[in-house]
Design a protein around this ligand. Sequence first.
Ligand SMILES: C[C@@](CO)(OP(=O)(O)O)[C@H](O)COP(=O)(O)OP(=O)(O)OC[C@H]1O[C@@H](n2ccc(N)nc2=O)[C@H](O)[C@@H]1O
Ligand SMILES: Nc1ncnc2c1ncn2[C@@H]1O[C@H](COP(=O)(O)OP(=O)(O)O)[C@@H](O)[C@H]1O
Length: 303
Amino acid sequence: MPEPTLRAVSARAAAKINLHLGVGAPGPDGFHPLATVYQAISLFSTITVTPADDWSVTCQAAPGIAVDQVPLDETNLALRAAKLLAERAGVTHPVNIHIAKGIPVAGGLAGGSADAAAALVACDALWGLDRPDLAELAAELGSDVPFCLVGGTARGLGRGEIVSPLPDPGRYDWVLLTFGEGLSTPEVYGEHDAIYDGLARPEPDLPDALIDALAAGSVTDLAAALSNDLQEASLSLRPALASPLRAGIDAGALAALVSGSGPTCLFLARDADHAASLAAELTSYGEVLTAHGPVAGAMVVES
Ligand SMILES: C[C@@](CO)(OP(=O)(O)O)[C@H](O)COP(=O)(O)OP(=O)(O)OC[C@H]1O[C@@H](n2ccc(N)nc2=O)[C@H](O)[C@@H]1O
Ligand SMILES: Nc1ncnc2c1ncn2[C@@H]1O[C@H](COP(=O)(O)OP(=O)(O)O)[C@@H](O)[C@H]1O
C-alpha cells in the first residue's frame, strides 16, 4: 500500500452547464439515454483533504451560496468519492474533506459531482496513487462526475458518463440566476417521463449546428443552437421560472434556458460587459452570478 503523506492537498472542480441536453426514453435501469454537450464554467468548489483519525466532511459557503442542503454524513458525494478511491486503492487512512463551495446546490450545475471529482483528484495526489482510471470511479459515483474530471467542453453519451472533448476555442459569458430552493434531478426526469407518457421519443442526438458554432467560436450561432429537453419538466415543476427567462430575453440576452435539471436559469451574453449589465437587470428574480466557459476540469491547486 502507498505511504500517505502528512500534508493537506487541495483540488478544485468547476460547475457544468448543458449547451444541449437531448433525453431519450428510460431504459430498464430507469436511466435515460442522453446526447448532451457539457461546458465547464467558472464557478468552483475547492476540496481540501487532510489526514485525520476518522472520515469527516465540513463545508463552507462562498458569498451568495447556501449550503444548508449539503449533507455532512456518508451520503456526501465528495466523501463517497474519497472512500471509494481508498477502498479500491487499499488505502486505510481516513481524511477530513473540507468543501469550499462556490457552486449553488441542487441547481442543475453538478455541484455535488464537481465536489466528487475534486475529491478524487485531491485524494489521488495526497495518497501518491497517480491512478489513470479515475474516470471509471467517477462514473460509478454519478453520471455527471466523469465530465467534472475532464472539464472544457465535451459531448456526453450513454447516461452522460461517456465523455469526449469537443473543440471549443471561444469564450462565452453567462449570467446565472439561482434560487435558494433547488429541484431534485430524479423528480425532473420523472416529470419529463410524465409529460412524454404514451408519446414516442426518438433516440437523442447532437445537433451539427451546435458543434459547428462551438468550432467557429460564434456566440450568436451558439445562442441559436442551445436547447434542453428537461426545460419543460423544470418549468412544469417550477412555473415561476418562465418570467425571469422572458425578462432576460427582454433585457437583451442572446438566449435564455434552464441549466440541466434546473432551476438555475442561464442567459448568454455577448461579452463580459454585457453579462454585467444583464446581471444588474435580473437581481429582482433571485441570486445572480456571472461566469465564463469553457474552463478546465478538476485539478490540484495551492492550499
Ligand atoms: C440532469 C443532469 C444533466 O447533466 O444533471 P443536473 O442538471 O441535474 O446537474 C444529469 O443527467 C444528472 O446527472 P447526475 O446528477 O450525476 O445523476 P445521477 O446521480 O447519475 O442520477 C441521479 C438520478 O437522475 C436520474 N437520471 C440521471 C441520469 C440519466 N441519464 N438518466 C436519469 O434518469 C435517475 O433518476 C438517477 O437516479
Ligand atoms: N458535496 C455535495 N454538494 C452538494 N450536494 C450534495 C453533495 N453531496 C450530496 N449532495 C446531494 O446532492 C443533491 C444535488 O445537488 P447538486 O449536485 O448540487 O445538484 P444538481 O444535481 O442539480 O446538479 C443535493 O440536494 C444534496 O442532497
